[in-house]
Design a protein around this ligand. Structure first.
Ligand code: PLP
Length: 381
C-alpha cells in the first residue's frame, strides 16, 4: 500500500520509545518494572468519593470549553504558591499536559519556526513540535543536563521563537533554583522568545521550593504554563490538566481545544476540584516518601554506575557508559537476564544515549529488589 496514504509529518515521527518498551512487558507479572512514570500512590480517597458521588447523581455532561469555573478558580489560587499572580480567566482546563502541550505549540508555531528543545527531554515534545510545523532544534545538555544562558544563546542566529522547558525534568530529575531561572529568563528575553513550561512535577521538588518561570520579571507575558493532576495526585488515567497563559495565547489555544477536545471529562474535573482542597498534607507525605526512595536508590546506583542526584520528579538517569553497552543493549539484556524493565536513554533524544531511565515510583521493597538485580547484572558484565 502506498505510504502516501499517511501524512508526511506523521511518517517522519517515530513511535514513543517508552510505549514501545512498555508494550513488550505489558501483562507480564514476572517483570519488575521501573519503566513507566506512573505514581504507585492511590488517588486520594476523597477524590474518588467525589467522582463516585457525581456519577451517582448522573453528572456526565459536557462542561464549558474552558472547564469548570470552580476548578479554574481553585487552580489560579493554587498557582500563587509558585509565585504566579493569575486569575480564573487565565486558566484553561485540558485533558492532561499531553493535550496542553499539543494545543500550546499548535497555537504559536508557524511553518518553519525554530523551537528549542533540551536534549534529552520528555518524549512528546519534538514529535508534537514537528506535527505543528515547527523545526525542533535540540539543545544538548549532557553531562549535567542543565539549561543555562550560554546553552540557549548559542542558537541566537536561528532566531528561535519558542523554548520548551520542563522542570523538575523527565527523564533527568533536573530542576532549577530561582537564580538559574533568572539566567534562562535573560536568554529568553534577549532572543524575544516564548516559553512553554511543563511544570507537571512541581510538587516533587526536593531541594528548592518550585518557582514558576512565569513569576519572573518580564516572563509572565511570554509563558504558557502546563500542569496537571497525573503525577502529584496520581490521577493519570482520569486525564485532566491545565494551561495558564496570557489572554491572547489562551484564546488561541481555546480555539483549538474547543474543536479537537471540546472539554476535559467532567468526572475528572470534579475530582480535580477535590484534589486541590487540603492538598498540602497528602502532598507532604508523598514528597517525603519519594525523597526516601531517591536517596536509597541513587546511593545504590552510585556504587556501580554514575548518577546525578535528581533535584525532583521520580526518575534516576544513570550513565551506563562504563559497561560498554549501548542504552538499548543494556535495557534489553537487563530485561532478558534479570526481568527488570527500565527505559533506554536514547528514547529521550540522542544525548540520552549511554544512559537509562529508572522510575522510582515503586515501593521500597521493589526498589531494593531492582537495585540488587541491577547490581548483579552490572557486576556480571
Ligand atoms: N509531561 C511530562 C514531563 C511527563 O513526564 C508526562 C508523563 O509522564 C506528561 C507530561 C504527561 O502528562 P499528562 O498525564 O498530564 O498528559
Amino acid at each position: 500500500m502506498s505510504p502516501d496514504r499517511i501524512n508526511k509529518k506523521v511518517q517522519e515521527i517515530k513511535p514513543s520509545g517508552i510505549r514501545r518498551f512498555f508494550d513488550l512487558i505489558i501483562g507480564r507479572k514476572d517483570i519488575l518494572s521501573l519503566g513507566v512514570g506512573e505514581p504507585d500512590f492511590p488517588v486520594p480517597w476523597k477524590v474518588r468519593e467525589e467522582i463516585i458521588y457525581s456519577l451517582e447523581k448522573g453528572v456526565t455532561s459536557y462542561t464549558s470549553n474552558h472547564g469548570l469555573e470552580e476548578l479554574r478558580q481553585a487552580i489560579s489560587e493554587y498557582y500563587r504558591k509558585f509565585g504566579v499572580e493569575c486569575f480564573q480567566k487565565d486558566v484553561l482546563i485540558t485533558t492532561g499536559v499531553s493535550e496542553g502541550f499539543d494545543i500550546a505549540v499548535r497555537a504559536i508555531i508557524n511553518p518553519g519556526d525554530a523551537v528549542l528543545v533540551p536534549d534529552p527531554s520528555y518524549v512528546m515534545y519534538k514529535p508534537l513540535v514537528t506535527l505543528a510545523g515547527g523545526e525542533a532544534i535540540s539543545i544538548p545538555t549532557n553531562p549535567d543536563f542543565r539549561l543555562n544562558y550560554e546553552r540557549i544563546s548559542e542558537y541566537r542566529d536561528l532566531r528561535p521563537k519558542v523554548l520548551i522547558l520542563n522542570y523538575p525534568a523527565n527523564p533527568t530529575g533536573v530542576s532549577y533554583a530561582r537564580r538559574e531561572l533568572e539566567e534562562i529568563a535573560d536568554a529568553v528575553i534577549e532572543n524575544d522568545m516564548l516559553v512553554v513550561s511543563d511544570e507537571i512535577y512541581c510538587e516533587l521538588s526536593y531541594n528548592n521550593k518550585h518557582v514558576s518561570i512565569a513569576s519572573l520579571n518580564g516572563l509572565g507575558d511570554r509563558t504558557i504554563i502546563l500542569n496537571g493532576f497525573s503525577k502529584a495526585f496520581a490521577m493519570t488515567g482520569l486525564r485532566v490538566g491545565y494551561n495558564i497563559a496570557p489572554p491572547d495565547l489562551l484564546d488561541a489555544m481555546l480555539k483549538i481545544h474547543q474543536y479537537c477536545m471540546l472539554c476535559a471529562p467532567i468526572s475528572a474535573q470534579i475530582g480535580a476540584i477535590e484534589a486541590l482542597k487540603n492538598e498540602e498534607d497528602e502532598l507532604e507525605d508523598m514528597r517525603a516518601e519519594y525523597l526516601r526512595r531517591r536517596n536509597y536508590f541513587t546511593k545504590r546506583l552510585n556504587e556501580i554506575l554514575e548518577v546525578n542526584i535528581p533535584d525532583g520528579a521520580f526518575y534516576a538517569f544513570p550513565s551506563i557508559q562504563s559497561t560498554g553497552l549501548s542504552s538499548e543493549e543494556f535495557t534489553e539484556r537487563l530485561l532478558l537476564e534479570k526481568n527488570v524493565a527500565v527505559v533506554p536513554g536514547n528514547a529521550f533524544g540522542e544525548c540520552g544515549e549511554g544512559y537509562i531511565r529508572c522510575a522510582y515510583a515503586v515501593s521500597m521493597e521493589k526498589l531494593k529488589e531492582a537495585a540488587d538485580k541491577i547490581e548483579d547484572f552490572v557486576r556480571s558484565l
